[in-house]
Ligand binder design. Structure first.
Ligand code: 7TS
Length: 433
């Protein structure tokens, strides 16, 4: 189904079978992989593009772009409805993506995979459907201080509706680590849910989520993992993590925008009511009442993002062709390299852990606004991000309004980080620092 072209490590698909090419070397030629990403080969403001905004969204390899155009050129039809050839093809491809997502997460069944628009919708689905049934007045929802707005605001809305209360696990200073030793004290009997991020998009902290889930589970507390920043960056195994829910976005891991996955443990999904009502999710409809399909279809009302799921399938195959363990190692190396190079500069404040960090760095230059850093960097062809990164409460805790952030993916190289650090040096000079 996915005839992947380009360089690097690619599984070859024949029919719906995947074959991994024999890898003769343990190392990946990261530079060669860049050729799979047409967008990287361009100039911005007269300089070669240096794309360091991968935490916001990643670039797309040819394999994903081709899967999308192939679908629209040959197979486009609505799913689960027709009995004509194109509809059957579209349905088979859409459901094959679900099976592949289950394999990607090591879920027990494809029925545990719900297609969403992304992480944000996945978390909103849990808050609206599961939360409305299971969270009551006086219950507590435990979050952390490093959560993205999409793992705060849905719980605030739920708390407003139900009279529940939000509690936040604190982070320690600029190094941005949680204290696992503190967790037990927070897991009181009124806590019904622990919802936390795997990797912080501002700090680069990697949380040991399996240990958090294990302690919560021992007390009968439900768990949700925000895997927006981790799904495309490291192997994920929902059974090993032991969570009830896990959400991620396709667009941050080489897939298209508009598609994401919510994993829900089978038993939990069965007792969770529907999210939205409409076509596709029902067994039967009468004028005054309806019955629902089983999970996952009861959570997927309306025409889904069919091409998005197909593009996401190609992205998962592509990433596993490289090896998510290798990508994680490359992330660690790039993160450590960038942190060390920046730490050697004077007048810079760095956020997040010095070691064991994800492939991103957040920083502030003394006396220079993060937006000015990003604007000048852009003039030199370097795409950074400046702002609160949808982490306003975290920024408040750190005592800042914003940070500048460089976030890497596997197609970034240490040479690019050298160029980025050189640009940061120039910016300091430009502003008289
Ligand atoms: N959770 C985390 C940890 C994130 O980093 C993001 C997006 C989301 C949830 C939401 O993902 P979405 O795909 O549903 O929007 N983070 C960022 C970022 O750091 N810069 O832009 C978006």
């Amino acid at each position: 189904m996915n005839n992947l072209s380009g360089t690097g490590f690619h599984p070859i698909s024949i029919g719906d079978q995947e074959f991994m090419p024999q890898q003769t070397t343990k190392t990946v030629d990261w530079k060669a992989l860049r050729e799979d990403f047409p967008i990287l080969d361009q100039k911005v403001h007269g300089q070669p593009l240096l794309y360091l905004d991968n935490a916001a969204t990643s670039q797309k390899p040819r394999a994903v772009i081709d899967a999308l155009s192939r679908y629209y050129e040959r197979d486009n039809a609505n799913v689960h409805r027709g009995i004509h050839e194109l509809s059957n093809r579209a349905t088979a491809a859409f459901e094959a993506a679900r099976v592949r997502a289950a394999k990607f997460l090591n879920a027990r069944s494809a029925d545990e995979i719900i297609f969403t628009r992304g992480t944000t919708e996945g978390i909103n689905l849990v808050a609206a459907a599961w939360g409305t049934k299971f969270i009551k007045r006086g219950d507590k929802i435990l979050l952390t201080e490093m959560e993205h707005h999409s793992n705060i605001v849905p719980w605030q809305l739920l708390a407003e509706r139900t009279g529940a209360q939000l509690v936040f696990l604190p982070i320690k200073g600029d190094c941005g680590l949680l204290d696992l030793a503190q967790l037990d004290a927070f897991l009181t009997s009124d806590v019904k849910l622990l919802a936390m991020t795997h990797i912080s998009n501002s700090l680069g902290t990697i949380n040991p989520v399996a240990e958090y889930c294990e302690r919560a589970r021992r007390r009968g507390i439900a768990t949700l993992i925000d895997a927006a920043q981790s799904a495309g960056h490291r192997p994920l195994d929902v059974q090993q993590i032991g969570c009830d829910f896990l959400a991620f976005s396709g667009h941050k891991m080489c897939g298209p925008t508009g598609i994401g996955v919510l994993y829900g443990r089978g038993e939990v999904l069965e007792e969770t009511p529907p999210y939205q009502g409409g076509g596709e999710m029902i067994l039967s409809v009468d004028f005054h009442q309806s019955t629902w399909k089983h999970a996952p279809h009861k959570f997927e009302a309306g025409t889904p993002d069919i091409s998005g799921a197909i593009g996401l399938h190609a992205a998962m195959v592509y990433l596993d062709g490289i090896g998510r363990d290798r990508i994680a190692q490359h992330d660690l190396e790039l993160g450590a390299y960038a942190f060390e190079k920046l730490a050697a500069l004077k007048g810079i404040r760095l956020f997040g852990p010095p070691i064991g960090r994800a492939g991103l760095v957040s920083f502030l230059l003394d006396g220079i606004h993060a937006h000015d850093v990003v604007t000048v960097a852009d003039q030199r062809g370097v795409a950074l991000r400046g702002g609160h990164h949808c982490n306003q409460p975290l920024m408040k805790k750190l005592g800042v309004e914003s940070t500048a952030r460089a976030s890497f993916y596997f197609y970034n190289t240490t040479e690019e980080i050298d160029r980025f650090v050189e640009v940061v040096r120039e910016i300091k000079k430009f502003f008289g620092g």
